[in-house]
Ligand binder design. Sequence first.
Ligand SMILES: C[S@@+](CC[C@H](N)C(=O)[O-])C[C@H]1O[C@@H](n2cnc3c(N)ncnc32)[C@H](O)[C@@H]1O
Length: 182
Amino acid sequence: MSFSSCLDRFVSNNAEQDIFNSNSESQEFPSLRFVVQDNSPVQLGHGEEQLGGRVNFQPHDFFELQPVHDASAFLLRQILHNHNNEDSIKIIRALVPALEKCGPATPVLISDIILPEYGTVTRFEERLLRQIDLCMMVGFGSKQRSRQDWAKLFNDADPRFQIVNAQINPLGIGLLQVHLMS
Ligand SMILES: C[S@@+](CC[C@H](N)C(=O)[O-])C[C@H]1O[C@@H](n2cnc3c(N)ncnc32)[C@H](O)[C@@H]1O
């Protein structure tokens, strides 16, 4: 997806890496506006010190309804991988009324690990990703998800969701482009 052609308001859940990304993108694409949301005042305060004025920082609990209704994209970066399916569905559903207002062109971008299917990557790559999967299970009762798992999660949240693009990265974080079809 080309930021410059598609986006002018980019809403991102949360924190330092997103602030860094928003800063780089905001310099490269001066017409873009960014909203970085987090429920932690510490995280938001840190961003404001670095970038005040260039990016908006908004306190928001992602279990509550999304307050921005004119976004060109919503980015959830490493937000769902440490939540189990039940909570992830609540987080996704909290976006639905805003997505209905934004229209079907507004994607939900999931920047997270997309587990490759067994045997499709090297053993080294698979071991790395499966280790993270185990850590998520032990630490948070959650999991890394394959494309199929992501598709089921979004379908369970709302059957109108469709994954239209998936960039699988065998060494780490990939990207899913998901749209709420009308
Ligand atoms: C795993 S970090 C990901 C941070 C960032 N997106 C990144 O990729 O570096 C999870 C973030 O979610 C925030 N968070 C946790 N619970 C939240 C909630 N209920 N609503 C909004 N943000 C929350 C935390 O403060 C933290 O910044």
